[in-house]
Structures are given as structure tokens and as C-alpha cells.
Design a protein around this ligand. Structure first.
Ligand code: MN3
Length: 246
């Protein structure tokens, strides 16, 4: 099946006469999750359940980091996202993907941008990891080989991008509207679905949180050790399913 059939580009004219391509994906999956989570995908947004115990990713990611990351940081983004939408009826019926796709890069939307991104990115981040990881297989193998030359070349580029990101943010493997796989990075809690905001938009297949709160207790300044640890945990089954439903 042609993946492009699943990706439509719509020119969107707004009151501000801004014309920008908007990525439209045929996913009604809650919060971008690849499973059949019963979460509602619109306001009020609920934090995705952590699919394993806080200590399940030891020794790669420690229990205290996971507990603080999930119960403080992610819970905080979720709460603040709902507060940002509370008085905004135009956003209340929208999916999180539609909200992300409509965010404009102006200061009036900065709070929504930060918290919508933080909410969505972490829902995915927990799912992208699994104790013991999961082997890469299926159609994504060919796509990675075709786009990067080899899995080793992909991994090298992903690690180099993540370790050289300045400050807090995320490094992504995205599927572009042209059906290409690319590695990108975004600052803060920006997300590749934020078409108006990011340099290169696309559908996030995989992402790593490279905020220090994700690793500093265990790995301190050795971000590269955390990135290597993340690779031991990647649930490639989830990544592949995100690729295959596009
Ligand atoms: Mn985080």
C-alpha cells in the first residue's frame, strides 16, 4: 500500500491569510499512541498510563528519574495543557494532533505550545521504550536502509544529532510528507507535527527526550551514555507500527 495515500496536504487559509501546508494524518489513536489505549483524544486530556513500573528500565534509566519524570514533569504538562484549553472552546473538540498542527509561533500561543508538546511527546516517549527493548523488523528495516544506507548509519546520525543538540529538546525520526525518513531535532517541547513552528515537519516515528531531567540523576553530563542506554530500550515494534499505519 502506498504510504502517500495516508498523508494529505491541505492548504489552510486562516483569518491572518497565512498559507501553510498542514499535515493531515488518518490517525484517531489517542494522544498519538500506537496501542488501543482507552484514553480520550480531546479535552480534557489524560496522561497516558506508564506501560511498566518506574524501576522497569533499570539499569539504563533509574527508578527515581522515571518517577519524577512521569509523576511531576509529564503530569505537569498535562495539567497545564488542560488549563490552557479550559477557557478556549475552539480547541476543546480537537484532537491533540490537530491542536499541535495549528499552533502558531507567536508569544500568545507559547504556553499552549509548550504544554501541548510536553503532553504529547511524553505519551509517546513512554511507549517508545520497553524493558529489554524490541528488535527492529518489518517494512521499517527496508525504509531505514533505503533512507540512511544501513541501520548503523541511521543510529550514528541519530546519536550525533541528539548529542549535539544545544540545550533542552528532542531528537526525532520522522516520516515527511514526501514519504522520506529524516532525523531532526526540536528545542523545548516542540514537535514535528507543529507545521507552523518547526523547520522540518513530519510524523514522529521515534523520539528521544534530551532534557537533562530525563537522565541527569544517573548519567550526569554524559548525555551520550543516556542516548546509548535509550537504544537498549527502544520498542521497535511500536515504531514500526507507527510507520506502517501511515
Ligand atoms: Mn521530559
Amino acid at each position: 500500500m502506498n504510504k502517500r495515500q495516508f498523508i494529505k496536504i491541505a492548504g489552510v487559509a486562516t483569518a491572518g491569510t497565512i498559507l501553510a501546508p498542514t499535515l493531515t494524518f488518518c490517525s484517531n489513536k489517542p494522544g498519538g499512541l500506537a496501542n488501543n489505549s482507552p484514553l480520550s483524544n480531546n479535552y480534557p486530556f489524560a496522561q497516558a498510563a506508564l506501560p511498566y513500573a518506574y524501576n522497569a528500565l533499570e539499569p539504563h534509566i533509574d527508578e527515581v528519574t522515571m518517577e519524577i519524570h512521569y509523576s511531576k514533569h509529564h503530569a505537569g504538562y498535562t495539567k497545564k495543557l488542560n488549563e490552557a484549553i479550559e477557557g478556549n472552546s475552539s480547541l476543546q473538540g480537537k484532537s491533540i494532533e490537530d491542536i499541535l498542527g495549528g499552533i502558531k509561533p507567536d508569544s500568545a500561543q507559547l504556553n499552549l505550545r509548550n504544554n501541548a508538546g510536553g503532553y504529547y511527546n511524553h505519551n509517546l516517549y513512554w511507549e517508545w521504550m520497553k524493558p529489554g527493548g524490541h528488535e527492529l523488523s518489518g517494512a521499517l528495516v527496508d525504509a531505514i536502509n533505503g533512507n540512511f544506507g544501513s541501520f548503523v548509519a541511521f543510529k550514528t546520525q541519530f546519536i550525533d544529532t541528539a548529542k549535539s543538540q544545544f540545550g533542552s529538546g528532542w531528537t526525532w525520526l520522522i516520516l515527511t510528507i514526501n514519504g522520506e525518513l529524516k532525523i531532526t531535532s526540536t528545542p523545548n517541547q516542540d514537535n514535528p507535527l507543529m507545521t507552523y513552528v518547526v523547520e522540518e515537519s513530519g510524523y514522529p516515528l521515534l523520539g528521544i527526550d534530551i532534557w537533562e531531567h530525563a537522565y541527569y540523576l544517573k548519567h550526569q553530563n554524559m548525555r551520550v551514555d543516556y542516548i546509548a542506554a535509550f537504544f537498549e530500550l527502544i520498542n521497535w515494534d511500536v515504531v514500526s507500527k507507527r510507520f506502517e499505519i501511515r
